[in-house]
Write a protein that binds this ligand. Structure first.
Ligand SMILES: Nc1nc2c(ncn2[C@@H]2O[C@H](COP(=O)(O)OP(=O)(O)OP(=O)(O)O)[C@@H](O)[C@H]2O)c(=O)[nH]1
Ligand SMILES: [Mg+2]
Ligand SMILES: [Zn+2]
Length: 310
């Protein structure tokens, strides 16, 4: 029997079978050994084959090849990865200028990772209702920066509903995963779009201006007009990457564009003469924050064991 993994609560997976039943399933022991090194060999969004047993639960016996996935390292020290969701049409990266503040390093790491697995990303700036004039101005600058690179951006308030209707129309008929730091309002936004589901949400910590990791498992929710939204636990850091400079350049769209004019084809854009990327940074065609994110990911290769996660 075949189905779709719609929920992941640690060792148990909820599989929605093609005939519409929800079956609690587990992975067979030795199954963990094959495939990629991941803390969760099966992820929400996976198409699987299951063998149902007498008690009505099942074993997952086969995972279909993934079209794509969103992944992060579990921690800097471990070589293991965590698959956030598989087979998605797009990712909504929910970010907030404040309450909590999302760092540009975090945004850029997410974007680079999504480029690597060819998942289109829409940046959703939430909690606009809370922002001061100065913060709104900063948000406008951020939106300008990312739109210029080619990323679609939306400014919304999940609380007041501003901009949510328009965003919801974009989601119809597609599989979208919501990701971002804890407390940015992923679950609140889904509750606003799907009032029936009533996901748990919680106020961010006053002391730390950070979320408290309210959502602890990933869940796929059906949209009335077709398609799905996937709620996921907030990400603290993005772990480190182990990518060659040439490949990394390809994951920063605007850096890639300028790199075509570098004198050396193996340019790392750090010190080389005739580097078109360094020139573009100097002339402000490439944002300083983006270039810093590029450098920080380049440094991961050597320093990954000693660094804090972003
Ligand atoms: N003022 C305001 N508050 C919001 C908005 N969106 C969410 N919140 C509040 O922010 C807090 C965190 O929201 P959640 O939806 O739990 O955040 P989350 O991203 O799901 O967090 P995790 O599950 O921990 O990853 C809650 O108190 C929400 O009511 C918004 O647009 N404006
Ligand atoms: Mg949540
Ligand atoms: Zn260069």
């Amino acid at each position: 029997m075949f189905g779709l993994v719609v929920k992941n609560t640690g060792s148990w997976y909820t599989v929605k079978t093609d005939d519409g039943r929800l079956v609690n399933s587990k992975i067979k022991g030795n199954f963990r050994l094959k495939g990629i090194r991941s803390t969760n060999p099966v992820a929400v969004g996976d198409r699987v084959e299951i063998a149902v047993n007498a008690e009505g639960t099942a074993f997952i016996t086969e995972i279909a090849d993934r079209r794509n996935y969103i992944i992060r390292k579990s921690s800097n020290l471990s070589k293991q990865s965590h698959i956030i969701a598989a087979n998605v049409d797009m990712a909504l990266l929910v970010v907030t200028v404040n309450y909590p503040q999302t760092s540009t390093t975090f945004i850029d790491r997410f974007l680079a990772s999504a480029e690597a697995y060819r998942v289109p990303v829409v940046l959703v700036f939430n909690k606009t209702d809370l922002l001061t004039a100065e913060e709104l101005h900063y948000q406008e600058m951020m939106i300008g920066l990312y739109e210029n690179i080619g990323y679609e951006c939306r400014a919304i308030s999940a609380e007041t509903g501003q901009g949510v209707g328009e965003l919801a129309r974009m989601l119809a008929g597609r599989i979208s995963v919501l990701s971002g730091n804890s407390g940015v309002g992923k679950s609140t936004l889904i509750n606003r779009i799907l009032p029936g589901v009533n996901l748990r949400t919680a106020e961010i910590s006053d002391a730390h201006n950070q979320g408290i990791h309210t959502t602890t498992f990933s869940e796929m929710l059906e949209l009335p007009g077709g398609g799905y939204l996937i709620d996921t636990p907030g990400i603290k850091g993005f772990g480190t990457f182990d990518i060659e400079p040439a490949e990394l350049t390809g994951y920063f769209k605007e850096i890639f564009m300028f790199s075509k004019d570098c004198r050396f084809s193996n340019c790392t854009h750090t010190h080389e003469p005739g580097c078109a990327v360094l020139r573009a940074v100097e002339e402000h065609y490439i944002a300083q924050s983006r270039y810093q994110s590029y450098l920080s990911m380049l440094e991961d290769k050597d320093e990954s064991k000693y660094r804090e996660a972003f």
